[in-house]
Design a protein around this ligand. Structure first.
Ligand code: SF4
Length: 594
């Protein structure tokens, strides 16, 4: 990491809150390379920048180019998310949790006639209720002990009714009520299970009320041993009352939406939970021309967010009722091609999750209002109609007209969105005509976006000078998209061209506006050239195998599928290659490549 990057990250860390959450270290490709959790994000992340001899930290800082975070309500929630995200992204510096050692959950096997409580690392759809994850893991064992001690819930998998004549040692240790030998009536055991569930769900107040009633009744009946047991439970409950509650998980796929609004901006924060785990999070920010009411604004943003989705949830949890909820539900279900329910949770774990997403939306909005300053500057300097929150950059690459390819990169709020990058093989242009190739990919890109009713960018960036700018505008005009703003950046002199700066605009080398455009240009170029090189390599691979008798397109394809390079083919034996192309052809190929 250069001193410049280090200083800019340190400045960024000053804006981090002193609140619990998880943080992400990212490399120059925006790949997550490390995930951690913290009680105070600011203090924890800053501590990495204290000079250290720890090789792991130094290597991590060497590769880091950006750091981001997600706020959580407590450290426990942070552990939960940290583990989920580590398993999702497999960051290279998270060696500790990189293997599939997920944190444990507790399983209350409610589907059984006499449910038990068990430790598990897998959440399944089996009718059980799962609680957790627990971090540190020994808390899970302690919780099992409390459940056994206070509620007499079994931890065994004994068949009930079975052949057992006497209860096991657990009963003697007062850790089980022994349903196996009918020492407890079925309804009483069920009541204990219900109470254990309240305990695990953190419904302490409700359980306290029940416990006090039971203690008093036991004392009235002069059943002092029982009364003492309820008293001990009351002590324990009083003690844990103020501690953070665990999140109980379900297996349903749901998106949890957080929302925040400020002046004419709003932020949407989405946790995507799949099979009970947070698999991704995403935020979007859209400028509203006029401030809308939250009820109108939320469906507007949701609609935009769900336009480009692939992985659909069964339900979407919202922070409040949007206007025309049913209409929105129909629209989203239509996009998903399945029924997606919109719900507003008013209590319980879902409410907690929505609050968590809400907190993150707020913080994103605050942070983005800082980050947006360069984008607002881009709007003013380039005389654009609106702040370019979404920019698409184009580039073309070829070698003397051979293997022409094009690229589109997408930047949202000034950051690359790699999953939306697209590459194109030029189809209609013969020879090295960059301008015509650019027009072809612009045409193909926006024909598709229009056909699929997807979001159009606020600004289009093309690599090149006035010629490229005018060519792009001409194509957009032909498509009826003349309202889209276009800008180009000429190499060497770094002059910016826009329709209102036809003679070019030269900005200072340190200008954030120029820096952003350079970043988009470099990214589009890198993406196009990588694709181009790959195609050239494949072509040289192909041409080496041209003219071999008996080696037609189908057999060639089989070779390309199995081998990545000519060197790999050379290393293989005749027998190995024979399995794909037959013995004679294999021998000729190996002879030719000698
Ligand atoms: S007493 Fe019976 S039900 Fe309880 S743990 Fe032992 S065998 Fe299982």
């Amino acid at each position: 990491m250069s001193d410049k990057t280090k200083n800019s990250l340190k400045t960024k860390l000053d804006t981090f809150p002193k609140k619990p959450g998880i943080y992400f270290f990212k490399d120059r490709f925006q790949t997550i390379i490390y995930i951690g959790k913290a009680r105070s994000l600011k203090d924890r992340v800053k501590s990495y920048f204290i000079p250290s001899k720890d090789a792991k930290i130094n290597n991590l800082l060497r590769d880091t180019r950006d750091i981001e975070y997600i706020l959580t309500g407590s450290e426990k929630e942070a552990s939960f998310l940290e583990n989920n995200f580590i398993q999702q992204y497999q960051p290279k510096f998270n060696l500790r949790l990189k293997d599939d050692k997920s944190f444990p959950y507790l399983k209350l096997s409610l589907q059984d006639r006499y449910p038990g409580i068990y430790l598990t690392r897998r959440v399944e759809s089996d009718g059980s209720k799962y609680f957790g994850p627990f971090s540190p893991a020994h808390q899970a064992r302690q919780t099992i002990h409390l459940i056994s001690k206070f509620f007499g819930i079994r931890t065994c998998t004994e068949k009930i009714p079975g052949k057992r004549k006497r209860p096991c040692l657990e009963y003697d240790l007062k850790l089980c009520s022994a349903p196996c030998t009918e020492l407890i009536r079925e309804p009483d055991y069920k009541e204990n299970v219900n109470n254990a569930q309240l305990f695990l769900e953190g419904k302490v107040e409700k359980l306290l009320k029940i416990s006090r009633e039971r203690m008093n009744k036991a004392a009235e009946r002069q059943e002092f041993e029982q009364a003492a047991q309820w008293r001990d439970l009351i002590f324990t409950l009083e003690n844990i009352k103020d501690k953070p509650k665990m999140i109980s998980v379900g297996l349903d796929d749901k998106d949890i939406i957080g929302f925040a609004q400020q002046k004419s901006s709003a932020a949407l924060y989405v946790f995507m939970m799949r099979k009970g785990k947070v698999s991704e999070s995403e935020s979007i920010l859209i400028e509203e021309n006029d401030k809308m009411s939250p009820g109108d604004s939320l469906p507007f943003h949701l609609n935009r967010f769900y336009q480009n989705r692939k992985n659909w949830p069964d339900k979407i949890l919202l922070p409040f009722q949007p206007t025309q909820k049913l209409k929105l539900q129909d629209e989203i279900s239509h996009l998903a091609r399945k029924s997606v329910k919109l719900m507003v949770p008013y209590k319980g774990k879902n409410k907690k999750l929505v609050e968590l997403a809400d907190r993150n939306a707020e913080i994103i909005l605050q942070e983005i209002s800082h980050r947006l300053i360069p984008l607002e500057e881009v709007r003013q300097i380039l005389n654009l109609r609106r702040t370019p929150l979404r920019i698409e950059g184009f580039d073309v690459s070829n070698t003397g007209g051979e293997e022409s390819v094009g690229s589109v990169v997408v930047f949202e709020k000034g950051h690359p969105r790699k999953q939306e990058y697209r590459k194109y093989k030029i189809k209609t242009v013969i020879g090295p005509d960059d301008v015509a190739s650019l027009q072809e990919i612009i045409w193909r890109r926006y024909t598709r976006l229009k056909r699929e009713k997807k979001v159009l960018p606020d600004l289009i960036f093309v690599d090149g000078g006035k010629g490229q700018l005018n060519a792009a505008r001409k194509t957009l005009r032909q498509m009826g998209l003349e309202n889209l703003s276009v800008v180009s950046l000429a190499k060497r002199e770094e002059i910016i061209f826009t329709p209102s700066h036809a003679q070019g605009l030269k900005l200072d080398g340190t200008s954030p506006v120029l820096k952003l455009l350079q970043h988009i240009r470099d990214e589009a170029h890198r993406f196009a050239i990588t694709y181009h090189r790959k195609k050239r390599k494949k072509r040289s691979f192909e041409s080496e195998l041209d003219g071999i008798p008996g080696l037609g397109p189908k057999r060639k394809l089989r070779i390309f599928t199995k081998y990545k390079s000519l060197a790999e083919i050379k290393k293989s034996s005749v027998d190995e290659l024979s399995k794909i192309v037959g013995k004679n052809v294999a021998a000729i190929i190996l002879e030719k490549l000698k």
